[in-house]
Every structure is written in structure tokens, then in C-alpha cells.
Design a protein around this ligand. Structure first.
Ligand code: NDP
Ligand code: 2IT
Length: 452
């Protein structure tokens, strides 16, 4: 049995109850066949066995009191996946679906993503099955304080630096940071995504969405094309979706659709982003509201089942899944190709299923995997860490220029790795490119540092 097959067999046995983790790790392992099966160095060093196993996984109780005085208990997680190239770094997700499998797949992906940025950051991820939706600010604050009262002992500016993700934005980062500072009695850069004026970096809120557009822009530029005149469909209407839409529009394209977990809007003449920001950031409302305000927009209820009404049914040139994992299925991929979509960029982590990804790539779509395409967020988090440790702050223009350079660098490394290791008959396989380019960097650091 080949080295890769041995590892796949082992994880299928050991992690049988973790479907998202198996999905993410198998995709990476399949990409690595071309290098890991032909070079015995890796097997001798137990490199893949070590890479696949988190350095540490912390699970903890989060008790808090709701507005009625009832005690609630949630389950918190932090996975410290890999510290070969820097302190653990990665976001925190608050969503009822959070479990060990989801946190592990996210931490695993983060390790390669962070390597691709070229910045010294290892991989980590955290979260809780807490649902901030419908909670008062007081409830969210008490929950965040309780979460940090346990997490603080495991993190630090040179150990592990969390940030936001689904359900964790400026408000939640603020509450968690306040509690960390209070417990530790020091003001350090232990979280990123902090408020401007108390250690946050300009451009961090926009970074993931902007970075997604920059990497696609770089590709379009290489093929003599651009965003101008393109129709773009975006799923989600949170942090990543909103700023991806903002930059895509600024470059001359029309964003015709956005969604949330209940449905999607189709606004043929172009989404009004000020309305979306008001609905989502200010009033924390649902997208149904959008169609009440803009009468020429159509709202369609949708569920997550393939075959039901889907945001991916809308014809577009570029599709940007920016909501969550496994939100773009093979049926959706077929619809996109049939409707002439040429580019898919993953703003979310693992939004496309394995068969959908394969179908898109084989169908000639330029497919940008999340670990490359959404790396702009963690990149500016890395820049926030640098600003915090030097006690300087850069202007928006400085941060934006650095983000552009990083995204160009990521495009170049996944593009050259896809050329070097690409599968015959497939023009560009950025999935293989990203997995191999990220792996090589982490593997070299692990080999250099001995058996740890
Ligand atoms: P937000 O919480 O700001 O927004 C999430 C959006 O996705 C909301 O519109 C939400 O709709 C929708 N969504 C969430 N879960 C589901 C679900 N199960 N089914 C359908 N829709 C869903 O999160 P972000 O924008 O920060 O994150 C979005 C994605 O991007 C995630 O995959 C995250 O891991 C990834 N990412 C985020 C980065 C960041 O810097 N924030 C960096 C890199 C990647 P609803 O309101 O109905 O729940
Ligand atoms: O998935 C991700 O890259 C993030 N949620 C951002 C992580 C970070 O540390 O900024």
C-alpha cells in the first residue's frame, strides 16, 4: 500500500465520526501523492502522521447566564494544529453546528493557508456551538467573557492568536479581548480583528473579501481580462461576502445575488450594498428585508438540500461561495458550468464538496480553493500582529498595498506548483497547486525541527 493510502486508511478508521475533517484531509492527501509517494524521506520521518494529528485539541465547558437568569452551557474548542512556522493562528467560530470535526478541518486547512501567505503563522482554530443570533448584547458579552475565562490560559501573542470567523465579528472580539486584558493585566496583541483605536489594523475587516477579489484579478490580468462587465453571484451576506461584493463592484462588475441561511436575493441591476450593510451589520436582520426595500429584487427561500432552489441557479461569469462549508454541491457545479460560469473563488472554507470541485476543474472553470483565495483575512491579521509588536500603525493604503502583494505572491506560488505538478489533461489545477505549495513549506520546517 502506498504511503498516502496508509494514512487515508488510518484516518478513516480513527476519525470515522468526523466527516468534514476526513473531507478536508483526504483532499490534501490526494494532492500530495505526486510528491509523498515517490520520496521516502516523508514516510521515514512519519511526516504525514504528524501533520494530520493536531499538536493539541482543547475542549471546554462554557457556562453563562441568559437574560432570564437561566444558566446555559455550551461546548468550546481550540485546536492548536501546527506550530512549525509560527504561533498558532486562526479564527473563532460561534455557530450551533460547531463540533470537533468542523474545528479540526478548519485548523488543518488553516495550517496550509497560513503557510501560503509567506508570514510566520502556524495553524489553529477555535469555536463554540453558541448561536449569537437573537441574543442580546448583554448575553453575548457574558458568553464571550466566560469563553475567554477558560481560553486565556492557552493563548498568548507568541503562542496562539485567535481572530474572528462565522458569528465572531468586531463585537465578539471586543468582549473577548476585554476579558483577556482584565485577567492577564496586560495589553498585548493576543487577538486580531481588534477595533481601530485599540490595536486593530485598518483594512482587517475588508481583508478576506478584498483578498479574494485580488487573487482573481491577478489571474484575470494574466489572461488579459478583468472584472469589468462581469456578473458575479455571491453566497452569504456576512463579513467575507460584503467586502468581496464591495471590491468586485469597485472594479466594474455587477453583483446580482447574495444569500443567507434562509434564502437568496436576485437583483438583476445590481445589489445595493448600503442596504445589505444596514440589514446585516447595523440591524442584524434577515435578507427578506432587502426585497421589502428594493421592489425590483426577488427573494427566494432556499434550503441547503441539493435539488432545491439555489443561489447557484442564477447565471453568472464568476461565482463566489462565501458562507460556509459544503454549500456548493455537484448539482450546483453542473448548473454553473451549464450557465457559462468561468471562475469560482472560495471565500468560505471548503464551501464546494469534493465532487463539485472536481467537476468544476474538469469543466474548465478556474477554481480558487479557500486556502489560497480567502487567505487575505489571516494575512492582514498577520500584519496586525506586526503592527502590535512594533507599536506602530499603518495607513489603509499601506495595508492594502501589502495585502495585494501577498495575494499576488499566493497566486504565483499556486500557479507555479499547479504547472509543475498538474495532472495531464487538466489546464490549471489550483487545488493541487495550493496543497503542494503549502505542504512543502510546512514539511520543510517540520523536518528541520526534528521529531516533535
Ligand atoms: P459571518 O458570520 O460574517 O457571515 C456568515 C454568512 O454565511 C452569513 O450570511 C450566514 O447566514 C451564512 N451562513 C453561515 N452558516 C450557514 C449555513 N450553515 N448555511 C447557509 N448560510 C450560512 O462569517 P464570515 O463572513 O466571517 O465567514 C464566512 C466564511 O468565510 C466562513 O466559511 C469562514 O470560515 C470563512 N472565512 C472567514 C474569514 C474572516 O476573516 N472572517 C477569513 C477566511 C475565511 P445566516 O446569517 O443566515 O447564518
Ligand atoms: O479562516 C480564516 O482564515 C479566518 N477566519 C481568519 C483567521 C485569522 O486569524 O485572521
Amino acid at each position: 500500500m502506498s504511503y498516502i493510502d496508509k494514512i487515508i486508511t488510518a484516518i478513516e478508521r480513527k476519525d470515522a465520526g468526523q466527516p468534514e475533517f476526513l473531507q478536508a484531509s483526504k483532499e490534501v492527501l490526494q494532492s500530495l501523492r505526486i510528491i509523498a509517494d515517490s520520496d521516502s524521506t516523508y514516510e521515514k520521518a512519519g511526516l504525514l502522521e504528524r501533520l494530520i494529528e493536531p499538536e493539541r485539541m482543547i475542549v471546554f465547558r462554557v457556562p453563562w447566564v441568559d437574560d432570564c437568569g437561566k444558566v446555559m452551557v455550551n461546548r468550546g474548542f481550540r485546536v492548536q494544529y501546527n506550530s512549525a512556522i509560527g504561533p498558532y493562528k486562526g479564527g473563532i467560530r460561534f455557530h450551533p453546528s460547531v463540533n470537533a470535526s468542523i474545528i479540526k478541518f478548519l485548523g488543518f486547512e488553516q495550517t496550509f493557508k497560513n503557510a501560503l501567505t509567506g508570514l510566520p503563522m502556524g495553524g489553529g482554530k477555535g469555536g463554540c456551538d453558541f448561536d449569537p443570533k437573537g441574543k442580546s448584547d448583554g448575553e453575548v458579552m457574558r458568553f464571550c467573557q466566560s469563553f475567554m475565562t477558560e481560553l486565556f490560559r492557552h493563548i498568548g501573542p507568541d503562542t496562539d492568536v485567535p481572530a474572528g470567523d462565522i458569528g465572531v465579528g468586531a463585537r465578539e472580539v471586543g468582549f473577548m479581548y476585554g476579558q483577556y486584558k482584565r485577567i492577564m493585566n496586560n495589553f498585548t496583541g493576543v487577538l486580531t480583528g481588534k477595533g481601530i483605536g485599540w490595536g486593530g489594523s485598518l483594512g482587517r475587516a475588508e481583508a478576506t473579501g478584498y483578498g479574494l477579489i485580488y487573487i482573481i484579478e491577478e489571474y484575470l490580468d494574466k489572461i488579459g481580462d478583468g472584472f469589468k462587465g462581469k456578473n458575479v453571484v455571491i453566497s452569504g451576506s456576512g463579513n467575507v461576502s460584503i467586502y468581496a461584493a464591495q471590491k468586485a463592484m469597485a472594479l466594474g462588475s455587477t453583483v446580482v445575488s447574495m444569500s443567507d441561511s434562509n434564502g437568496y436575493i436576485y437583483h438583476k441591476s445590481g445589489i445595493n450594498l448600503d442596504t445589505i450593510k444596514d440589514i446585516k451589520f447595523v440591524n442584524r436582520e434577515r435578507l427578506t428585508k432587502y426585497a421589502e426595500i428594493h421592489k425590483d429584487a426577488i427573494y427566494t427561500e432556499a434550503n441547503s438540500k441539493p435539488g432545491s432552489s439555489r443561489v447557484w441557479d442564477i447565471p453568472c461569469d464568476i461565482a463566489l461561495p462565501c458562507a460556509t462549508q459544503n454549500e456548493l454541491f455537484i448539482e450546483d457545479a453542473k448548473k454553473l458550468v451549464q450557465n457559462g460560469c468561468k471562475i469560482v473563488g472560495e471565500g468560505a472554507n471548503m464551501p464546494a464538496t469534493l465532487d463539485a470541485t472536481e467537476y468544476l476543474i474538469n469543466g474548465g472553470v478556474a477554481f480558487f480553493p479557500g486556502k489560497a483565495a480567502n487567505a487575505g483575512g489571516v494575512s492582514v491579521s498577520g500584519l496586525e500582529m506586526t503592527q502590535n509588536s512594533t507599536r506602530l500603525s499603518w495607513t489603509s493604503e499601506e495595508v492594502d498595498a501589502k495585502l495585494k502583494t501577498i495575494m499576488k505572491g499566493i497566486f504565483n506560488s499556486i500557479n507555479s506548483a499547479s504547472e509543475e505538478y498538474g495532472v495531464a489533461g487538466v489546464t490549471r489545477n489550483f487545488v493541487i497547486g495550493a496543497n503542494i505549495a503549502g505542504f512543502k513549506k510546512v514539511a520543510k520546517a517540520m523536518l528541520d525541527q526534528g521529531v516533535i
